[in-house]
Design a protein around this ligand. Structure first.
Ligand SMILES: [Zn+2]
Length: 159
């Protein structure tokens, strides 16, 4: 008489034990070796919670890093040093000097506008290249649809 041959069990779906990585059933978090008493283990919810916490900390870290990256940039001091007729008719070339008064290298966002134009429709915005702390750079910006005798102001801000 032969013993009935047990059919091989279908491969169970598993995931790695949270502690040692051994395959364990999906509904528990730890294998029998790591949790021999079958205590209500760290399964799903708690492991999941740890991951959520880690992700949250990572996001917070990135936010802090991003904040530090822009903190200390600027202020910038800008002044218009020249307005010369451009080679393009109706345009002028505005030469501005931007100084980085901050402690960190950074780019300035500068707005060139006609002080009489309160709506700022005719203003031109430009982004400076990175400026080292204490350094001054000169930017030539062509401004269309104006003339050299129109007043122009420049304001530069950090990010
Ligand atoms: Zn284990």
């Amino acid at each position: 008489m032969t013993a009935p041959v047990a059919l091989p069990a279908p491969p169970a779906r598993t995931h790695p034990c949270a502690r040692c990585g051994a395959p364990v059933a999906l509904d528990v978090g730890l294998c029998e070796r790591c949790n021999p008493l079958g205590l209500k283990d760290s399964a799903s919810s708690q492991v999941h919670g740890t991951v959520v916490l880690a992700v949250g900390l990572a996001i917070a870290g990135l936010a802090i890093a991003a904040h530090l990256a822009v903190a200390g940039i600027g202020p910038f001091t800008a002044r218009l040093t020249a307005i010369t007729p451009s080679s393009t008719a109706g345009s002028v070339l505005a030469t501005i000097e931007v100084r980085n008064d901050g402690r960190t290298t950074g780019s300035a966002t500068c707005r060139l506008s006609d002080p009489a134009d309160a709506s700022l429709i005719r203003s031109t915005v430009l982004y400076s290249p990175p400026i080292a702390p204490g350094a001054t750079i000169t930017i030539d910006q062509e401004i269309a649809d104006t003339s050299a005798d129109r007043p122009l102001t420049v304001t530069c801000l950090g990010p």
